[in-house]
Design a protein around this ligand. Structure first.
Ligand SMILES: NC(=O)c1ccc[n+]([C@@H]2O[C@H](COP(=O)([O-])OP(=O)(O)OC[C@H]3O[C@@H](n4cnc5c(N)ncnc54)[C@H](OP(=O)(O)O)[C@@H]3O)[C@@H](O)[C@H]2O)c1
Length: 418
């Protein structure tokens, strides 16, 4: 953790040193966490789920930590910085722990990290319990007395698949619990505060709540509407076409953008495509980047078609090693189909990878929450638009827009204003 002792870049932002010793410890911990990634900032990466290439990691992470982090993304207190670390833990659960939310936790005492944890899968311990167990086995249970827990979601206070986390936090003898988001489950919302207070534990809520919300919004959407969070992803030319002229091959974008799609797929529980795209492209829709599949299943692959008998039976979706992760669904009522994916498969988040007609149907039904467009520096012409929407009642506005260059391509990402 103290790799920062040999850090070759000296911090220049005095605001970082208001809490100099513990903050430095946190930076070193963050550095260890973010070393495999480059990012616009460490906090930004934690919130947005944007892993990028390792070779750029060092200078960018340094700039992030010593430049932007304190000023732009604002966790200027130690609470904020430790919560940033908990958020990085939470991100590890994306695409893995549905129908449960991705949650991370860290345990801290006297400015030192005791342990961290994340929720790995439904039925396995919640993040805070994983961190408690790791700290106890590493330092002994007595070390937890008087410690502070940083958790990205209010700890649960009822019996589910596992016992209430509030009980475990009290039993461990913690002095303080800091959490980011209040749980919107009415059975839990706000209850943890009173339970912990009654046991003599100080509680602070709302630290980095906006950042945690970004990770938790699919969970909250399913809880409040029964529908999963839907991300529309497409690769298009500058003239809005999604196929190249005949004979030019299938890919519009380059390797960096396609590697980024792998990272995006790894954050979702299901990938949605159309019968026509399967007939034309025979996509595999799998995680193929080494490491992404470790300890998890492929996302569900859902083919929406009213003509299943015309699908190619030898397509990878029906023949590869993960064919049991392929589902066929009718397209007559997309809302009901998505609701069933949430209730039957426990899906929280869905990535759409399809052509313009199917995409249009999803937009027209108001089902899309987020847009990720890979824009290739090409003009392709041709008959297949990215969005063949004839009946949008009004133009859709994107908020929280980010633009990232990936090789020669651009990625635009934003959330639909509703
Ligand atoms: N560049 C990219 O990112 C990208 C990604 C994917 C696909 N593509 C390209 O997109 C092309 C296909 O685009 P496309 O516009 O012709 O087809 P599409 O939008 O991919 O699919 C249309 C099909 O979706 C199915 N569907 C199910 N429910 C529907 C509903 N409610 N409304 C509309 N369709 C529904 C129907 O399949 P059934 O006929 O089976 O019932 C329909 O024929 C392919 O050439 C592929 O290469 C590009």
């Amino acid at each position: 953790m103290l790799s920062g002792a040999s850090w070759p870049i000296r911090p220049t932002d005095a605001s970082l040193f208001r809490h100099s010793v513990p903050s430095w410890t946190i930076f070193c911990t963050l550095w260890a966490q973010f070393r495999p990634f480059s990012a616009k900032s460490a906090t930004h990466a934690a919130c947005k789920g944007e892993r990028t290439r390792p070779e750029a990691a060092f200078p960018l992470a340094a700039a992030a930590i010593f430049g932007n982090l304190a000023r732009v993304h604002a966790p200027a207190t130690d609470d904020g910085l430790w919560m940033t670390l908990a958020l990085a833990e939470a991100r590890k659960g994306l695409g893995r722990c549905a129908p449960n939310p991705p949650v991370g936790a860290v345990l801290v005492k006297d400015g030192q990290l005791l342990a961290s944890g994340w929720h790995r899968a439904a039925g396995l311990p919640h993040a805070e319990c994983e961190a408690l167990a790791a700290a106890a086995s590493r330092h002994g249970a007595a070390a937890l007395r008087g410690a502070t827990a940083y958790i990205t979601l209010e700890p649960c206070s009822t019996y589910g698949r596992t016992p209430p986390c509030t009980t475990a936090l009290i039993a461990a003898g913690l002095a303080r619990v800091v959490y980011a988001c209040v749980d919107r489950n009415p059975q839990h919302a706000g209850r943890a505060d009173a339970i912990l207070h009654d046991a003599g534990i100080a509680v602070t809520a709302g630290v980095c709540a906006d950042a945690a919300e970004l990770l938790l919004r699919p969970f909250f959407k399913v809880r409040t509407t029964g529908l999963p969070w839907l991300i529309w992803k497409t690769a298009m030319s500058l003239d809005g076409r999604i196929t190249r002229p005949p004979g030019e091959g299938q890919w519009l974008t380059g390797e960096a953008a396609r590697a980024d799609v792998q990272q995006l797929r790894a954050t979702v529980d299901a990938i949605l495509t159309s019968g026509e795209t399967v007939r034309r492209d025979r996509p595999a829709l799998t995680l193929r980047t080494p490491g992404l599949l470790e300890g998890r299943s492929q996302p569900w692959r859902v083919v929406v078609t009213d003509h299943p008998s015309t699908l190619p039976p030898d397509a990878p979706l029906f023949t590869d090693a993960w064919r049991e992760r392929t589902l066929l669904r009718a397209g007559t009522d997309l809302t009901t189909m998505l609701r069933a994916l949430a209730s039957e498969q426990g899906v929280l988040s869905v990535l759409v990878e399809a052509g313009g007609r199917f995409s249009a149907a999803l937009f027209e039904a108001g089902l899309v929450d987020e847009v990720v467009i890979y824009l290739a520096p090409l003009l392709c012409g041709g008959p297949v638009p990215a969005l063949a929407a004839a009946n949008l009642p009004a133009s859709l506005q994107l908020a929280d827009l980010s633009v990232t260059q990936l090789g020669a391509d651009l990625r635009l990402r934003g959330v639909i204003v509703k």
